[in-house]
Design a protein around this ligand. Structure first.
Ligand code: NAP
Length: 323
C-alpha cells in the first residue's frame, strides 16, 4: 500500500504506518492484524505505550495467514525516558524486541530527549505528588552512542530520534558515527514544522508525522490526569472539509494525503477496522496545487503545536525539555 521513502542508510520505510498509542493489548493486536491484512507495512509503537506484546500478537497473527512476511513489515519502537542513560539502551531494546516476539526492529527511536527516574521497569512515567520524577543527568551524546551499538548488534536496522529540538538534532548529527535516519515529531496542517523539516532535509533525515490528525482521542486521557486542554479539531476545519468534498474523500484522508504528498511519513492511529482501511486509502488520489496551497495556509507555526508534554507536570524542569 502506497510508497516508501529511502532513508539515509538505504533502508526503505513505508510512508504509511499504523500508530498504536492509547490502544491496549487485545485491541491493538486486532488493529495491527487488520492493518497488515489491509496492506499497511509499517507499525509504530513504543515501550512507553505498554502494548508491545499486543502489537507482537497482531504481527504474529497476520504473518500466520501467509499473506504477509515479517521481512516486509517495518516495525518501529522507542526507548523510554526511564532508559535514557548509557548502559540501559540495550536492556530496554531487548525487552521491546522480546515483547514484540521479534528478532530485531526496523527502527529504534529515542522517544524524547529527557530522562525520568527508573524506579521500576514497568513504570515509564514515575510520578510523585503529581509531578514526574526526573533524571536530570541526561547526556544525549552518550545515549546516542549506545543507540549506535544497537545497529552493530543487529537489534535495530535504523536508529532515530523523536521530540528533539533542532539544536538537539544538530548536536547528535555533529557527534554521530551513524546519523539519525528519522525524526518523529508532531506534524499536521496546524503545525507543519517548516523549520524542523529544513534542518532534517539538510541532513537527509526523514520526518515521521505523529498525531497527523492532531490526536483527537487524547481528551479522555488528559482529563484522567486532571489536565484541561483545548484540542484542535482538524477533522472539522472548513478548508479541510471543502478539499475533502471536492475529492469525494474524508477529512482524515485529506489531512494524511497532504503530508505523504510531501514525503512526510504518517502514522495515524485507529483501532476501528473501517477507519484503518479509510486511512490507508490515500494513495489513489492526488491534491492539486490549489488544494496544497490552501492547506499550507492553515499552518499556525509554533502556535499550532498541541503536544507539549506539559500534561506531565514537572517535565519543564528538565534541562533538555524540548517544549
Ligand atoms: P492521530 O493518529 O492524529 O489520531 C488518532 C485519533 O483519531 C484516534 O482517537 C482515532 O480514533 C481517531 N481517528 C483515526 N482515524 C480517524 C478517521 N479516519 N476519522 C476520524 N477519526 C479518526 O493521533 P495519535 O494517535 O496521537 O498519533 C498517531 C501515532 O503517533 C500514535 O498512535 C503513536 O504511534 C505516535 N505518537 C508518537 C508520539 C511521540 O512522542 N513520538 C506522540 C504521539 C503519538 P479510533 O481509534 O477510534 O479510530
Amino acid at each position: 500500500m502506497g510508497s516508501s521513502v529511502e532513508l539515509n542508510n538505504g533502508q526503505k520505510m513505508p510512508l504509511l504506518g499504523l500508530g498504536c498509542w492509547q490502544a491496549p493489548g487485545d485491541e491493538v493486536a486486532a488493529a495491527v492484524e487488520a492493518a497488515l491484512l489491509a496492506g499497511y507495512r509499517h507499525i509504530d509503537t513504543a515501550y512507553n505505550y505498554l502494548n508491545e506484546d499486543g502489537v507482537g500478537r497482531g504481527i504474529k497473527a497476520a504473518v500466520a495467514t501467509g499473506k504477509v512476511k515479517r521481512s516486509d513489515i517495518f516495525v518501529v519502537t522507542k526507548l523510554p525516558m526511564i532508559g535514557m542513560q548509557a548502559g540501559k539502551v540495550e536492556k530496554y531494546l531487548r525487552k521491546s524486541i522480546k515483547a514484540l516476539g521479534l528478532d530485531y526492529v526496523d527502527l529504534y527511536l529515542v522517544h524524547a530527549p529527557l530522562g525520568f527516574a527508573e524506579r521500576s521497569e514497568s513504570d515509564p512515567f514515575p510520578m510523585d505528588n503529581g509531578k514526574v520524577v526526573l533524571d536530570c543527568s541526561t547526556d544525549l551524546i552518550s545515549v546516542w552512542k549506545d543507540m549506535e551499538k544497537m545497529v552493530s548488534l543487529g537489534l535495530a536496522k535504523s536508529i532515530g530520534v523523536s521530540n528533539f529540538t533542532d539544536k538537539q538534532v544538530l548536536k547528535i548529527v555533529s557527534n554521530a558515527k551513524i546519523p539519525p535516519a528519522v525524526h518523529q515529531v508532531e506534524c499536521h496542517v496546524y503545525f507543519q514544522q517548516l523549520k524542523m523539516r529544513e534542518v532534517c532535509k539538510k541532513y537527509n533525515i526523514a520526518i515521521t508525522a505523529y498525531a497527523p490528525l492532531a490526536s483527537p482521542g487524547r481528551k479522555v486521557l488528559y482529563e484522567k490526569r486532571g489536565v484541561k486542554i483545548e484540542l484542535p479539531d482538524l477533522l472539522n476545519n472548513p478548508v479541510v472539509r471543502l478539499v475533502a468534498e471536492k475529492h469525494k474523500r474524508t477529512a482524515a484522508q485529506v489531512l494524511l494525503r497532504f503530508l505523504v504528498q510531501q514525503d512526510i511519513i504518517v502514522i495515524p492511529k485507529s483501532t476501528n477496522a473501517g477507519r484503518i482501511k479509510q486511512n490507508g486509502d490515500i494513495f489513489s488520489f492526488k491534491l492539486d496545487e490549489l488544494d496544497m496551497e490552501a492547506l499550507r495556509f492553515l499552518n499556525q507555526g509554533e502556535a499550532g503545536r498541541s503536544f507539549t508534554m506539559l500534561s506531565f507536570p514537572g517535565v519543564e524542569r528538565h534541562p533538555e525539555c524540548p517544549f
